[in-house]
Design a protein around this ligand. Structure first.
Ligand code: PGA
Length: 251
């Protein structure tokens, strides 16, 4: 049985004081819900406040991006070593909003993934098809290609620190959710790709989340699917009650 992982992706929301308040509100609602891992990935400037608020609880804190270079002339970027020293455990890489608005490609996603893993961070690697790709029936090809390119040269040992978030781009922030069957099927395609790349054991172990308008109402059904090992949650992670219902569904 794979352990479920419920991760919030706050995106560009919450000031440090708001971050503190949201975590204080969420903490008692998820206390003792220890049958899944609970993570909030937060803006860089919220990391410290979020960690302070989460201290001693079952909530772990992650970042939303990381640069691939160890240091240097990359104005505005943050390195893996910086995150590590801040006590961050997880980092989201390759979110579709980064691919769409900030020029991320499978190549830079792969570089970032390797840099994060080498620094000892756990990676939540996001991938998924856009609407036209699903309509044209090439979802399976797209997600397996992304899986291969994004994990190029990542070793089987390093893979133990990778979570994949399958996020159909058409479902993110749109209120449209993949059906549980679609989510299960495509997470299964990703798992098969991992099996081809790393063998059956690694494929059996890897956590594959679904993300894209997962909410309090639909989480239980999505999470009941064999290949769906958790959720990456945007909008609903900004509401303590809704997020805690999703955590409950993962118990
Ligand atoms: P959403 O975002 O839950 O608001 O659709 C998910 C994500 O982008 O990770």
């Amino acid at each position: 049985m794979r352990r479920k992982v419920i991760a919030g992706n706050w995106k560009m929301n919450m000031t440090p004081s708001q971050a503190k308040a949201l975590i204080e509100e969420t903490k008692p609602l998820v206390a003792g819900k220890d049958n899944c891992d609970i993570i909030f990935c937060v803006p860089f400037v919220d990391i410290h406040a979020a960690q302070e608020a989460a201290a001693g609880s079952n909530i772990k804190i992650g970042a939303e991006n990381v640069h691939f270079a160890p240091k240097g002339a990359y104005t505005g970027e943050i390195s893996a070593e910086m995150l590590k020293e801040c006590g961050v455990d997880y980092v989201i890489i390759g979110h579709s909003e980064r691919r769409q608005y900030f020029g991320e490609t499978d190549e830079t996603v792969n570089l970032r993934t390797k840099a994060a893993l080498e620094a000892g961070l756990k990676v939540i690697l996001c991938l998924g098809e856009v609407k036209e790709e699903r309509v044209n029936g090439i979802t399976d090809e797209v997600v397996s290609m992304q899986t291969k390119l994004d994990l190029k040269d990542v070793t089987v040992d390093q893979l133990a620190n990778v979570i994949i978030a399958y996020e159909p781009v058409w479902a993110i922030g749109t209120g449209l959710t993949a059906t549980p069957e679609q989510a299960d099927e495509t997470c299964g395609v990703i798992r098969n790709t991992i099996a081809k790349m790393y063998g059956a054991e690694a494929a059996e172990k890897i956590v594959i989340q679904y993300g894209g308008s997962m909410n309090a109402a639909n989480a239980a059904e999505l999470l009941s699917k064999e290949n769906v090992d958790g959720g990456l949650i945007g909008g609903a992670s900004l509401k303590a009650k809704d997020f805690s219902i999703i955590v409950n569904a993962a118990q």
